[in-house]
Design a protein around this ligand. Structure first.
Ligand SMILES: C[S@@+](CC[C@H](N)C(=O)[O-])C[C@H]1O[C@@H](n2cnc3c(N)ncnc32)[C@H](O)[C@@H]1O
Length: 210
């Protein structure tokens, strides 16, 4: 099956995420900024990076290499335009996370925000754990179910509705349990309430030293 994300134009995606009824883009940017500020990674991997939301918070004096993965080549093209001279090494990978090759023991921080909902995350998690260095941090942002609005809020950008067929809520407890099995210990977990009525669960895991 063709991934519906491939058919969502970049302007629709950014317009949807920034529209007043969704307004998730600035929150997600801040959450990557928070993770960068507390982990201070030398190497960063961003899964489902879209157009590089939040990469503006990367401090090149701290982070020397950033790897980004997304299935949509147009989003990655835009990312490259937004960060033409980033001051850090930028490794852009256009790949489906179902089979993307993630370098082993290479990253101090892996960030996955609102992307596990669109992939077979139990199959991806072991590869993510293997990609972390010992002592590295996995940062995850999950969308929590809302009583008042559907998973993908309707906006004027109707193309976004096609990804709802792919969307599956990830139960935070199930992720914590599976992560433990991969040597990732839950470090912090909190709920981020959005002004629109939805909420995110923000989790950080640390890879055990072996
Ligand atoms: C809701 S957006 C993520 C938001 C972004 N992480 C942020 O913080 O602003 C989901 C992203 O995941 C990407 N994506 C969805 N399924 C994917 C897959 N199977 N492999 C790689 N990228 C995928 C989409 O193209 C899209 O850019």
């Amino acid at each position: 099956m063709r991934n519906p994300w491939l058919d969502i134009p970049e302007v629709d995606y950014v317009g949807h995420m920034s529209s007043p009824t969704v307004n998730q883009r600035p929150v997600l940017s801040r959450l990557l900024g928070d993770a960068l500020g507390s982990v201070r990674p030398r190497t960063l991997l961003v899964l489902g990076c879209s157009t590089g939301n939040g990469l503006e918070h990367v401090n090149p004096e701290v982070t020397s290499r950033v790897t980004v993965v997304d299935v949509n080549p147009a989003y990655l093209l835009r990312l490259g335009e937004r960060f033409p001279n980033p001051g850090f090494e930028l490794d852009v990978q256009c790949a489906d996370l179902a089979d993307a090759v993630l370098k082993r023991e290479a990253f101090d921080l892996v960030h996955a925000a609102l992307v596990l909902e669109y992939v077979e995350w139990p199959l991806l998690l072991p590869r993510v754990a293997a990609a972390l260095k010992s002592g590295g941090v996995l940062s995850v942002v999950l969308q929590l179910p809302s009583l008042s609005s559907p998973a993908v809020t309707p906006t004027t950008f109707v193309s976004l509705q096609s990804v709802e067929s792919l969307f599956r809520f990830v139960e935070p407890g199930a992720l914590v349990e599976a992560a433990r099995g991969e040597g990732l210990t839950l470090d912090t977990r909190r709920t981020e309430l959005l002004a629109t009525g939805k909420a995110f669960e923000v989790l950080r895991f640390v890879k055990h030293a072996v």
